[in-house]
Design a binder for this molecule. Structure first.
Ligand SMILES: Cc1cc2nc3c(=O)[nH]c(=O)nc-3n(C[C@H](O)[C@H](O)[C@H](O)COP(=O)(O)OP(=O)(O)OC[C@H]3O[C@@H](n4cnc5c(N)ncnc54)[C@H](O)[C@@H]3O)c2cc1C
Length: 417
């Protein structure tokens, strides 16, 4: 394994860092104020995007970006530290056209769209002219098991007709969103449960789509939204099918591999910021005759946080390296490992930092509550922890069973490897 970053990555890392310091960080308070006042997107966002694009700091997340497409393609390993830098401010990634769920959607379109679909949807997404939603989760079924998805996608002549209710659909409240990638059942009676679903491309202005509500998530109303969306007999042409009929489940798996690693890269950046803040505060404040960092408990929190961060970051790098070298499928186990561990350490480190800050740590005067909340979301987004733990454990047990089956029990010591 080789985690050395290329010259290009080092150059882009420095440029992203400088750009955020010069243009994004000074706008952070404006962003929060506008969002709280219901102004979304904030008026300065497009200007920042244009500046970032002019510097080539654009679409950095997509290793397969073609020469004729805008931006700077990077390997997953080279992109990881750039995403980490972006993760220190939760809206920064959009400035570089590197934010979820658009990134996952662009990857999906890159992978499975027809040339016509690419022209209609991928091109404007890569340009950052529109935004998109991925609509899989439903309020009425346990959606961490995608075979439960019930939204009907029925064939009627030359059209698909979509009926169902979706929930937690990120970007659905963003006025720039033009596309929903909707997952639903095209063949509910097919014997293989994993071949019943398909994905269709649905223009956001198609008649029958209703954004029912944008609920606050842990007291925060997101400008782009995590919305409940109703699809009532929404009609799109047959050519809007993405990939093959019955291929929705496989596409969802393919989409989530790189998407999950991007979330984890940004979460490492947010956790690193929480640790920096924790140490800064521990240096400044004194109790009982000592600086806070001189108290044993707080020293331990600082040390544990550093250990956890280094472990998690290296695992993210390993996962990125594996995807680059052998493809997303080969890195499935590692994607699950980081998807579980990174949000946990993000929450734990933010929690310790909040404690070191005392009462102030619970206020929006620090980014700590947002970092904590981000880690907490990630324990559910793109599949809850328990589903990943299940696949990790299943793979371990399967490997152990195989080993036992191959072992020659008649020879002493043959099971020791
Ligand atoms: C901030 C945010 C943004 C999101 N954005 C999107 C989006 O853009 N598009 C979209 O489609 N969805 C989105 N989601 C939804 C997310 O993907 C789902 O919430 C997630 O897949 C879980 O589905 P569910 O909520 O139906 O939980 P359920 O499936 O009902 O699961 C509930 C709980 O059951 C437990 N559980 C499930 N399986 C197992 C198991 N095998 N073993 C043990 N326990 C288990 C887990 O504790 C789990 O949390 C978003 C969620 C959040 C929080």
């Amino acid at each position: 394994m080789d985690f050395e970053f290329s010259e290009k990555s080092l150059r882009v890392q420095a440029a992203v860092k400088a750009f955020i310091a010069a243009h994004v960080a000074p706008r952070d308070e404006d962003y929060a104020r506008d969002e709280a006042a219901g102004i979304f997107p904030p008026p300065f966002l497009e200007e920042l995007k244009a500046k970032a694009r002019a510097q080539g700091l654009w679409n950095l997340f997509l290793p397969g970006l073609k020469p004729e497409e805008p931006g700077t393609p990077m390997s997953n390993l080279d992109y990881a530290p750039c995403a980490e830098i972006m993760g220190r401010i939760d809206w920064a990634s959009e400035v570089f056209n590197c934010s979820a769920p658009d990134t996952g959607n662009m990857e999906l379109l890159h992978l499975a769209a027809t040339p016509k679909q690419k022209g209609q949807w991928l091109a404007p997404l890569l340009e950052g002219r529109i935004r998109s939603s991925f609509a899989m989760t439903e309020p009425d079924v346990a959606s961490s098991d995608a075979t439960n998805i019930r939204t009907a996608i029925r064939r009627d002549g030359n059209d698909w007709v979509i009926s169902g209710r979706k929930f937690f659909i990120t970007n659905a409240a963003d006025p720039r969103t033009r596309l929903f990638i909707v997952m639903g059942q095209t063949s509910p009676d097919r014997p293989e449960p994993h071949r019943r679903q398909s994905m269709v491309l649905v223009p956001a202005d198609a008649p029958g789509i209703k954004v029912v509500r944008n609920p606050p998530v842990m007291h925060h109303v997101h400008g782009n939204g995590h919305c409940e969306v109703l699809f009532e007999e929404v009609r799109v042409p047959a050519e809007n099918l993405l990939g093959e009929e019955g291929g929705g489940f496989a596409l969802a798996q393919a989409r989530l591999g790189p998407g999950r690693i991007h979330h984890c890269m940004r979460a490492i950046g947010a956790a690193e910021l929480a640790l920096e803040l924790m140490i800064g505060r521990a240096l400044e404040r004194r109790t009982f005759g000592q600086a806070l960092h001189e108290h044993g408990t707080i020293r331990e929190w600082i040390a544990l946080s550093r250990i956890e961060l280094e472990q998690a970051r290296l695992l993210v790098f390993k996962t990125a390296w594996l995807i680059d070298k052998f493809g997303a499928k080969a890195a499935r186990r590692e994607v699950s490992l980081i998807k579980v561990i990174v949000p946990r350490i993000e929450v734990a480190i933010a929690n310790r930092a909040m404690q070191v800050f005392g009462a102030k740590g619970l206020t929006q005067d620090t980014p700590l509550p947002d970092i904590w909340t981000h880690g907490r979301y990630l324990q559910i987004v793109d599949g809850p922890d328990e589903v990943h733990l299940r696949s990790i454990a299943r793979a371990e047990v399967r490997a152990a069973e195989k080993k036992r089956a191959a072992a020659d029990y008649s020879r002493p010591g043959s099971t020791v490897t």
